[in-house]
Design a protein around this ligand. Structure first.
Ligand code: FPP
Length: 228
């Protein structure tokens, strides 16, 4: 039996390039990227993944043109509303990672609703990283820990991250060929395996996901130790 990672994180990159190569606006790439997200959620669930974290919008993405930011956030809202029935059917749990306070209220309300409506489901967890930055998450965790007046330890920081009960990612995938972590799961990804795919996110299929998992399964994980 192939070793399937329990938690996969995905940096969904290449939407803009996908659209530009077709002479279409960048927003078309994001729309196609949304369809891919649906496809890959289904595939990951079918393949037995327990946690899937999708990097939807970073704390740095606010620097993009306002029209593009609004388009992506609009897609998120549409996704949350449209997919809820599917999430119910497959008992998928929606979770959130990021700074909720910095989200537009109309998006925050839908995110909270999706998380609340699915919180008792025992299927795959889909963690939406939204207004998310790894450094920002660590800073918020340290502030919460400091406010509790206790000695700051690694365990205390980990216990104050956005989803302390979600296991660390085993595999972090980045699409569109870039070898960068871009502020994604900095604390949690300390011992993750990384997989870079040249395919652009809108072109991603279940086959790409299977290739990533096969590559992961061949690796020997050492967590800093020596394996004889
Ligand atoms: C990176 O491509 C993609 C994003 C910043 C947005 C990701 C959003 C989606 C896939 C849609 C929403 C998904 C869900 C699950 C709600 P890029 O624009 O940086 O591409 P480029 O590097 O080619 O320009």
């Amino acid at each position: 039996m192939m070793q399937v990672p329990c938690h996969i994180g995905i940096i969904m990159d290449g939407n803009g390039r996908w659209a530009q190569r077709r002479g279409r606006p960048r927003t078309d790439g994001h729309l196609e990227g949304l369809k891919t997200a649906r496809r890959i959620v289904e595939s990951a669930n079918r393949l037995g993944i327990c946690y899937l974290t999708l990097y939807v919008f970073s704390t740095e993405n606010w620097k993009r043109a306002e029209s593009e930011v609004n388009f992506i956030l609009g897609l998120v809202k549409r996704y949350l509303v449209a997919e809820l029935d599917y999430y119910r059917k497959d008992r998928l749990r929606v979770r959130f990672a990021g700074d909720m306070a910095g989200l537009p209220p109309e998006i925050a309300v839908e995110v909270r609703k999706a998380c609340e409506d699915t919180k008792d489901y025992d299927g795959m967890n889909v963690v939406l990283a939204l207004n998310y930055g790894g450094r920002d998450e660590i800073v918020r965790a340290v502030c919460k820990a400091a406010a509790a007046g206790k000695e700051i330890t690694g365990e205390l920081i980990a216990a104050n991250l956005d989803n302390p009960d979600v296991p660390d990612p085993d595999l972090i995938i980045r699409t569109a060929g870039e070898f960068r972590i871009s502020n994604f799961l900095l604390w949690e990804g300390a011992y993750a395996e990384y997989y870079i795919s040249d395919a652009l996110w809108p072109d991603w299929t279940e086959e790409n996901l299977k290739d990533a998992i096969t590559s992961y399964a061949k690796r020997e994980r050492k967590f800093g130790a020596i394996v004889k």
